[in-house]
Design a protein around this ligand. Structure first.
Ligand SMILES: Nc1ncnc2c1ncn2[C@@H]1O[C@H](COP(=O)(O)OP(=O)(O)O)[C@@H](O)[C@H]1O
Ligand SMILES: [Mg+2]
Length: 230
């Protein structure tokens, strides 16, 4: 369903005399439909940057990302027009980062319900769903109407995750989604992700904890080592 071929990302630093920084050297892998692929490697090897190239937060420097989409057919995500990328994000691609960045004055419930509203679900039903999901993730009901910007790291992370999984997505990108969670919350999140997987969601994920990778992922891709600068 997704094939990455010879993907590379380089950054040009304006602080270092336009010197190039390698995000990651040539990366190639494929993920079949309904499968989960983990990206592994030490910090700085470009795992997050690969996910950002797929979600197109970053433009790849070279290579291709072939994706069999529902909305636009077979596309190369490195070259797809912006409006189609936005359409894919709205309808079938989800992305969970380690950090939540939300508007300061939107209650948690609305942050989570928003993707459903955007998909045309009536407001009452969307909020009801969001409430159920937040409850499942053990977010205190008293916090549902509060602003997530005041939440703890672990609470923010669960709101972030709830927002990303409330609408089933075809392709879900996960960048250390359990990094700030205690063991109990982590288990709930992992169960939820496993459930999405059985519902057919394809995943590409980064987990700090190798045992989580082994449990949830079908395959693991080891990031190539960068050549050390001479
Ligand atoms: N926006 C950016 N500008 C410049 N360098 C970046 C940027 N994003 C990532 N990098 C660099 O790319 C490399 C890979 O980063 P990252 O993808 O975050 O690695 P990982 O997630 O494996 O820790 C690092 O050397 C990092 O400094
Ligand atoms: Mg990272």
């Amino acid at each position: 369903m997704l094939t990455v071929e010879n993907l590379e990302k380089r950054f040009v630093s304006h602080f270092l005399n336009r010197k190039e920084i390698v995000g990651f050297p040539s990366v190639s892998f494929r993920v079949d439909r309904g499968k989960a692929l983990g990206l592994s490697g030490p910090s700085g090897t470009g795992k997050s940057s690969v996910l950002k190239c797929i979600y197109r937060t970053y433009l790849a420097s070279s290579g291709t990302i072939t994706y069999e989409s529902t909305a636009c057919g077979r596309v190369d995500l490195t070259a797809l027009p912006e409006n189609e990328i936005l359409k894919l994000r709205r309808t079938e691609m989800g992305y969970v980062t380690q950090f939540l960045s939300v508007l300061p004055r939107v209650p948690a419930l609305d942050v989570v319900a928003e993707p459903l509203l955007a998909a045309g679900v009536p407001r009452t039903e969307a909020r009801e769903n969001a409430r159920g999901l937040l409850q499942r993730l053990r977010i205190d009901p008293r916090l549902h109407d509060a602003f997530p910007c005041t939440f703890s790291g672990g609470e923010k992370q669960r709101v972030n995750l709830a927002r990303a999984v409330i609408r089933p997505s075809r392709l879900l990108l996960l960048d250390e989604p359990t990094a700030s969670l205690d063991p109990e919350a982590m288990q709930i999140v992992l169960d939820l992700l496993a459930e999405r997987k059985t519902q057919g969601t394809t995943m590409i994920a980064i987990f700090h904890d190798r045992s989580i990778m082994d449990r949830l992922m079908d395959d693991i891709y080891a990031m190539p080592e960068k050549e050390t600068a001479s």
